[in-house]
Design a protein. Sequence first.
Length: 266
Amino acid sequence: MTFELYHTAHSTCSQKVRLTLAEKGYAERGKDWVDHEVDLGKFEQLKPEYLALNPNGVVPTFLHDGEVILESSAIVEYLDDIIPEPALSPPDALGKARMRAWLRYLEEVPTVAVRVPSFANLFAPMRFAKLQDEQFSTHADRLPLRKEFYQRMTKDGFGEKDVGNALEQIRQTCERMQQAIEETGGPWLLGEQFTLVDILVTPAIDRMDDLGYADLWADLPRVVEWFERLRARPSYKSAFYPTARVSERYPDHFRTAADLKAERGY
Ligand SMILES: N[C@@H](CCC(=O)N[C@@H](CS)C(=O)NCC(=O)O)C(=O)O
């Protein structure tokens, strides 16, 4: 069985797959799976040879014995299907339905929201500040999936309204996590079993923590404890290897929530 992963160290969607691989016992990149690092800063995700694998021009892309599988949520469910132990989904239909409802929510809300502060605080000023307006809009036009996202943004990132909406959505996610742990009795989001729900929400919470937005859940003790437990798992260490957090990867360009607030007032 050969696994290959086209991914990026700091990409939240790549982290979802690396966490799942590690939970399934495939912890070591380069040894347990073939490691293809894609440099998003050099726009390698838009090269024709990569687009031939993944026409969406995004990471991750997963290959199992040469079969290409796209979309991080589909990849992690696939891994859970083909490697039964340890199971990362509830065994019963009702549990599975509840898990999938969470997965749709995570894709629609926090996964999308987290891109806004990520681009506002870091990626936009780092990658695009030096481009002419025309070059920036030409770049946006090349993107198979994200034209509209880039069109909403300036070369400096996002404005107050977009950042405010994104923070509200992350706060909503955290409130739902707190409520879920209280209702199920924890310690994980669906109760006693550690599942794909815990895995798929982790990169968004971790990115917000890294960007300095942990105040968003500081008054939600179940979420604070959940995040501590999560970070103590061996899979976290293996998926979030050095440089997987943007503060480590881009220390010279990195701006925290406090920096952004001081600079722009939001
Ligand atoms: N729905 C896709 C989204 C993948 C995605 O957006 N990946 C980001 C990194 S987390 C990316 O490749 N961005 C490329 C870009 O910003 O141009 C998935 O879950 O696999």
